[in-house]
Structures are given as C-alpha cells and as structure tokens.
Design a binder for this molecule. Sequence first.
Ligand code: AMP
Length: 413
Amino acid sequence: MVAPSLLAKLTVKSAVLLIPSPSPLQTLRSRLGAHARTCQFFPFQRVSISTSTSYRPDKHRAATPSNSPDTSPYPFRIFHDDISSLRKYRGEINHNGRTVGLVPTMGALHEGHLALIRAAAAENSDVFVSIFVNPTQFGPTEDLATYPRTWDDDMEKLSALNNKLTFPNGLGRISAVFAPGVRTMYPTLPPSSDVDGAGSFVTITPLANRLEGASRPTFFRGVATVCTKLFNIIQPERVYFGQKDVQQSVLINRMVQDFHIPTEVRVVATTREEDGLAMSSRDVYLGQRRRQVAPILHGALRAAETEYDEGRLSRTEMFGAAIHFLETERLKLADRGLGGVEFELDYISVADMEEMNEIKDEVDPRRGAIISGALKMLPVKDPQTEEERAQKPVRLIDSIILTPVISVNNFQH
Ligand code: AMP
C-alpha cells in the first residue's frame, strides 16, 4: 500500500478554504468527530499486459540537443539516450544515502510543472525531471507533431528554479534532466497509437477506459507504459504528479500498487492562472479570444463544488449546477464581445476517489469525491486573424476534490 498521497493533504487545505463558514458540511464534519481528517484509498484493480515483437521506424525523435552530462551548460546533468550512465549516476546518489524524486513531464514547462518540482525538492535531495513527448499516449489524429517543444526555454526555467531551491527553500535541487529519444524508450517495439496496435504495453482497466479514456482510448495505456519505463530506469523513491490530471494520478497510484513498484506517489494541487484556468502546456493553442472563455470549465466545477460545500450531496444537483453555469456563461458571450467563441462539453463527472466510478445517487461525505470535466474549445466561428484561421479544437480538462470527511473515531473501535 502506498503512503497516503499529498492528494488528500494538499487539496484538503484549499477545499477547506473554499467552504463558507459555517457550512452544513462543516456542521457534518464536527458531528463526525473533532479530529476528523481525510484519507485516500486505492483498492485493487485488474491489470493486463500485452506484447508484440514487430518494429517500425522511429518517427518522433525528441528535438533536443545532445550534450553529455559532463558538458551540460546547466546546473544539472542532462541525459538523453545513455541509460547506463544515468543508472550509474542514480546508483551514486543511492550509495550516498540520498533520495530521488522524479517529475515526469512532456516539456513546455510552466508553473504547474515547477510546483511539482518544488514539492519533489522539499522531500528529496535529488530531483530528476523527465522531458519526453510520449507518442503512445497520443491518438492517431491528435497533436503529437505540433505539441509544443520548448527545450531552451525549459532549461532556462529549470536553471532559474534551481537557483531558488537552495536550502532552506528546498531540501534538494534538480540534479538531472532525462530527455530520451523515442528509440531509447521503445527500443524493440513500435510506439503504436492504434487501439489494437502492437507493442509492449501496460494497461490498467477499467480505469483507463473511463472519462478521459473514453474520449482518448489509447491515452492511459501510453501513460502507464511510459511511466513504468521511467520508473524502471530511474528507480525514484518518490514520483510527483499533478492533480489537474486527476484520473492519471489515480491510475499511477493503482499501477504502482498493483505492480509492486517501490516508489511513493505524490499528487500536487493544481496550479491555476488568476482567473482559475488550470495551467496547461496546450493553453498556448487557445489564442486571445478562446483564452478569455477557457476558465468556464473551472467555473462549472466550482458551481458543482458549491453544492457539496452547502450540504447538497445529490449527484444530479451537482451536475445540474455545473451545466447551469456553462449555459448561463454561454449566453453571456455575445455581450462580452466573444460571440464567435464556441465550446462543446465532453463530460462532467462526479466519481469516487478509488475507481473513478460515477456516483449514482449521493456523495458520501465521509468518502468525498472527484468532480472532473473536459470541454472542447472549438475554432472560433468568425476568424479574424491568421492565428484564428489556423485554430484547431483545444481540449481542456480540470478537476476538484470534494474533501472527504472521515472520523478518526470510526477507525478506533
Ligand atoms: P504534462 O507535461 O502535461 O504531461 O504534465 C506533467 C505533469 O505535470 C503531470 O503530472 C501533470 O498532471 C502536471 N501538471 C500539468 N499541469 C499542471 C498544473 N496546472 N498544476 C499542477 N500540475 C500540473
């Protein structure tokens, strides 16, 4: 069993701050016990692995310069394809009684990624950041080719952050960046994005088929596969994921548990723009007008959260509040001069924290829940600039944890 994750610890804080005082939920919390606290469960799930031996050319090699660790111009080592050097370096860290926290990313780093690195530096002597645009988690029609790749900018951000991580601001610092090519990560098998494509894959079902997985059928197979590889190569004591991709965090927790991977999973609260939009590398695709509308997804989830905070636990009411918010905001767009901006809701989900199964009736406040949603920002219907004429749909996801309330007393007897 993995240690209770930061998911509970970090989100509790923000969720409690959002609760009006005194709310019915707080009343309930005090009824449940003065020492009420939160907890996270990740019960067992079926896992299957499929393999194949066919091979196809590497089409998506990472566009990053190749410099050996010793010639890195940055205050950390950079490893591309030399896994044995990386392992040797990692072994030395182990030998010296230090610990490694791994932050897996696809680059195009922003404050959300940096928050994960700060969390890793707070409890590990050495932080490894991986940067790998993993082809197997992109569907055949998704944006693999155009996914933002900003190597120099990323290195600058990591260097600047490292300078600030000096003790006492952080226990550790960034020691290494691992930015492998596709052939290194997929040495003998094709990185297929097809649902029934061949490859050595890790699949976590049925979790991977729900919500995000329903819209992106190979996404979680790609994520689980690449994370297994990263965990095997780096063997970190701890790994850090963002709550923004909440289903991914639940899936990784499940995978680590089911495969007995000796690492602890930490989940870090979502970093947001001032207007509530969850930061994402894909936000750069939005353009100026769609960007102004993008925070509505967070607004819709907050509307559902308010129902819970005020003691209305019915899934239907939470769902209804979110939809009502979206439709009201849609009607206001023309008045805001944003009549050309259109969006399509993919889903709003109120699900349990263990399996992300939809809650059918009422949220049990002792168990809490995850409200998540996905929304597609469509290309503007009256493009006025080159950028707008070239727009493609941008999918936004977001989530909020409904704080579980568990009486310690319940467990003492
Ligand atoms: P990505 O590079 O988009 O694959 O994300 C790498 C990691 O950063 C994942 O664990 C994400 O959940 C996390 N992450 C991305 N955006 C945010 C955010 N706004 N706040 C916190 N974590 C994030």
